[in-house]
Design a protein around this ligand. Structure first.
Ligand code: MFK
Length: 560
């Protein structure tokens, strides 16, 4: 007797199959831009759901390898990445995943063009988006640095469409003293008599240590402590002979996820470097890079949600249990609906951020939009990262035991998603960043205005109540912030995460309502269902917290 074998989930063309992406692009883009970029999106969608996905599954057990020595005792620190990663690099360069926003063929829409491709590419390439994000961040930082020498040296490589000329960049910030608190960095920069700078120190979490260059922070000797005393440096990892330039790779990290990413601990012992923009304010000067990588993080978070749901949905049509397909089981369908609503709201949030960056880079953003961009970069990152972990976890459950078995390829989704809320600023660090921005200037007012603007477009009676919830929640958050000042810094700080999530989810709701209104006018009521479901699950409450009670609860333990 032939035993029963469950057909595995499969993927269709990931562009054709993605109603949310296609509907968003139809609304947001001028028709001629959509017509121009759609063939690329279709092609990437075909790769991502077909050959690249098959390659990803076949490559599952391949991880980067570090060879410290050659056979004859020479220190080589060679790092081999997996075959999938080598192919991903070629595809990324040829597809212009970094080049597109710098070529800017479609003006302010070029970032949407780029990120729509990135969104399709990312879930089939095992976090190759990490080196790409840093490369984009370096390209952006150098292009606005005013350093014409470094710009003309590196930018043509970082934005090349030729895989042979393409460079990736590292973003070497983290040290064992300063993960989040980068100002504690101990790496020093020393200048010799001829004016040449060399770096000395240990970098503790250098992602994608195979890059040709890196932007990093070091403290010029004699500079004061803290982030202001650090300076932003450019370095090339290899010398003219192709040897690592006084860089010793100690080991690759053994991480929960992102296992294809060769994250290294390394020591710089006299590596040649050049200051990018002055000899101080390093944290501030590297922030354009952080803001770009945080945006990639947001797009990757929604891309992972979409992939997890695509697989779970396909499986629901193939899995028979308790007398019916899962797709016909009301409770399973209800669970998928909640996942889809989270994803759909997160998608609109992430791509709204992408639109703002595009406008800013094209010089079309108003002052309010620039304020909004500064506030939303941390908020969208922290909101979508939390969504992604929750949705990917729920998706694994949709497969029962198969979701917990490695060779289905499914557990990697959750392991990789978990990084989104950690790297590039944890939820709490980003909440505090957002709190600072929201507390001064006009950013919070700009955000409330944006929410009201979205909501004012909503006519459909069923949507109006949902849209009103977005306005009320954002207003309550702003009221809390104004009142919290009188209750002291620890009170404000304790509420920062709730504030960030309340604002992020309010805007997500407003954006999905605005989109739903447009879609209804096109005869599509699916986004309406997403908006109502997202609103129905509620938005976070800000306030009502007492820091003293929280401290006794959090640090619970025997009293002396
Ligand atoms: C899938 C794609 C994902 C990509 C993967 C990439 C791989 C990972 C590579 C990594 O390197 S991960 C490690 C990333 N590390 C972080 O994200 C650090 C997290 N910590 C923070 O963000 C802290 O808030 C921060 C280090 C910025 C705090 O440092 P400080 O020394 O207390 O600085 P401060 O006072 O907050 O800011 C200094 C100046 O920079 C201020 O300006 P002023 O001097 O004019 O007052 C800030 O306003 C400004 N600033 C800080 N963050 C900014 C910013 N400006 C614009 N945008 C920002 N995000």
């Amino acid at each position: 007797m032939t035993p029963f074998n469950q057909p595995p989930p499969t993927l269709a063309n990931q562009y054709d199959d993605d109603r949310v992406l296609r509907s968003y692009l139809q609304r947001a883009l001028p028709p001629e831009v959509l017509a121009a970029i759609e063939p690329e999106l279709k092609e990437m969608g075909n790769m991502a759901g077909g050959p690249l996905y098959a390659f990803q599954l076949a490559d599952r057990l391949n991880e980067p390898r570090h060879a410290p020595w050659d056979a004859w005792g020479n220190r080589i620190d060679q790092i081999e990445v997996s075959p999938l990663w080598r192919a991903a690099e070629q595809l990324a360069a040829r597809s212009g995943l970094i080049a597109i926003p710098y070529e800017r063929l479609h003006g302010a829409w070029s970032r949407v063009h780029q990120m729509a491709l990135v969104y399709l590419f990312t879930p089939s390439t095992d976090v190759y988006s990490c080196p790409l994000a840093m490369t984009d961040g370096a390209a952006r930082t150098l292009s606005i640095s005013g350093n014409t020498g470094l710009r003309s040296r590196a930018l043509p490589h970082l934005t090349s469409r030729d895989p042979h000329g393409f460079w990736t960049s590292g973003q070497w910030m983290t040290e064992s003293t300063g993960g989040s608190d980068v100002g504690l960095s101990e790496t020093t920069a020393r200048q010799d008599d001829r004016g040449t700078w060399r770096l000395y120190g240990r970098k503790w979490f250098t992602s994608a240590a195979t890059s040709q260059m890196a932007l990093t922070l070091a403290r010029p000797e004699g500079n004061p402590a803290g982030g202001k005393g650090l300076a932003l440096f450019y370095l090339e990892t290899r010398d003219a002979q192709g040897r690592l330039d006084n860089i010793l790779v100690h080991r690759l990290k053994d991480k929960l996820g992102t296992r294809k990413v060769p994250t290294a601990e390394l020591t710089l012992s006299g590596t040649l470097a050049q200051p990018v923009m002055g000899l101080g304010d390093g944290v501030k000067n590297i922030s354009p890079m952080l803001n770009v990588t945080r945006t990639w993080n947001s797009v990757s978070s929604v891309a992972y949600m979409r992939r997890a749901i695509a697989l779970a949905r396909d499986f629901a049509r193939k899995r028979f249990a308790f007398g019916a397909m899962l797709a016909d089981k009301p409770l399973h369908v209800d669970t998928l609906a909640s996942m889809q609503a989270e994803f759909e709201a997160g998608f609109h949030l992430a791509f709204f951020l992408v639109e703002l960056i595009g406008r800013d880079e094209a010089g079309e953003a108003s002052e309010e939009e620039r304020d909004l961009l500064r506030l939303l970069t941390p908020i969208v990152k922290l909101t979508t990262a939390k969504q992604s972990v929750a949705v990917c976890s729920e998706a694994l459950e949709c497969f029962g035991g198969a979701g917990y078995v490695e060779d289905t390829g499914l557990p990697a989704l959750l392991r990789d998603a978990q990084v989104f809320s950690i790297w590039e600023g944890t939820t709490n660090v980003l909440s505090l960043d957002a709190l600072r921005v929201a507390s001064g200037g006009g950013a919070l007012a700009a955000l409330q205005q944006q929410i009201s603007g979205c909501v004012s477009a909503v006519q459909e009676p069923a949507l109006r109540e949902a849209a009103g919830l977005a306005v009320r929640t954002a207003a309550a958050a702003a009221d809390w912030l104004r009142a919290a000042g009188a209750r002291g810094q620890s009170h404000i700080e304790a509420g920062a995460r709730r504030l960030g999530l309340a604002l992020g989810r309010s805007l997500a709701l407003a954006l999905v309502c605005r989109h739903a209104q447009w879609a209804i006018e096109q005869g599509d009521r699916q986004p309406l269902a997403a908006a109502l479901r997202f609103a129905g699950e509620g938005l976070p409450r800000v306030g009502g917290d007492d820091p003293d009670l929280a401290a006794s609860l959090a640090m619970d333990g025997p009293r002396s």
